[in-house]
Design a protein. Structure first.
Length: 277
């Protein structure tokens, strides 16, 4: 599948040199799985996009236009990825906000990724990153275009057998993966990091949090140590594209792939929240 894109509703793959998304990373994005022509968790992605626009003082894009353009690209695609990018549009030099904002709207369709490691559903190997996230509550939770932290963390490994990396903050709290959220289960409690200071509040993370009661699990959202992950009964990572990946190797320590993790994945698939992988 070739990459296709619409910019402000027109077929194109080029934006202005003066676009603030290019100049300053001034914008937001969402990544949405396409399964048998359906845009999975569309409403939830758009809600987070709109929330992010409000926080960054960006004009909120028209939801109907976004949907029509995304559907125009996907058509009857069996499986793919839609990426929505919203920038503040063109502006001159300097950080001051333009008086009149004409935002740029980019909708792109990408082929489904091919991973170099085998059978991630059976458990993945995860690197513990040396890079540490900075804390910024204003930007925490949203998918802004400034992704240098994730790029630096992801640059730490080239071993194709490693699927993901876990990133901590400067206080040693586990935050998330470079592209995913993280959970662990211990003594019938579902644990996930507090993301009020940094990290992305993933859509699948939100869905799993709501499943705790259905799974007869207590829910704990709090600061999490690396030691807690090492001592967990089950540990897994998740996002809208990968679905749920159990962790079988964290750094040099082997971990168990548990039944609850598999159950969570099946429930998410049943409700059409994640692809049938």
């Amino acid at each position: 599948m070739a990459i296709k894109s619409l910019i402000n509703g027109n077929s194109s793959d080029a934006i202005s040199l003066f676009d603030r998304g290019l100049q300053y990373g001034d914008g937001l994005f969402e990544t949405i799985a396409v399964e048998k022509g359906s845009l999975l968790c569309w409403d939830e992605h758009i809600e987070r996009l709109q929330s992010g626009c409000s926080r960054l003082k960006l004009p909120i894009p028209n939801q109907d236009a976004l949907f029509e353009e995304a559907r125009h690209l996907t058509g009857s695609v069996e499986r793919g990825i839609i990426k929505i990018t919203i920038t503040r549009g063109q502006g001159g030099r300097g950080y001051a906000l333009p008086v009149n904002v004409d935002s740029t709207r980019i909708i792109s369709l990408y082929p489904w990724p091919e991973y170099s490691f085998e059978n991630p559903g059976n458990g993945i190997k995860v690197h513990i990153c040396h890079y540490r996230y900075a804390c910024n509550s204003v930007l925490a939770g949203i998918k802004h275009l400034n992704r240098l932290e994730q790029i630096l963390a992801r640059s730490e490994w080239t071993d194709n057998s490693i699927a993901e990396g876990i990133v901590l903050d400067h206080d040693g709290n586990v935050i998330e993966g470079t592209m995913s959220n993280i959970f662990y289960i211990k003594n019938e409690t579902l644990n996930t990091p507090d993301l009020s200071a940094c990290g992305v509040n993933g859509i699948i993370r939100q869905k799993i949090i709501t499943l705790a009661t259905e799974l007869d699990l207590e829910l704990c959202i709090n600061n999490i140590s690396l030691k807690s992950l090492m001592e967990a009964d089950e540990t897994f990572m998740c996002n809208s594209i990968i679905g749920v990946w159990p962790i079988r190797m964290l750094g040099e320590q082997a971990l168990d792939v548990g039944d609850k993790t598999i159950q969570i994945k099946k429930i998410l698939q049943k409700h059409n929240f994640i692809p049938e992988l």
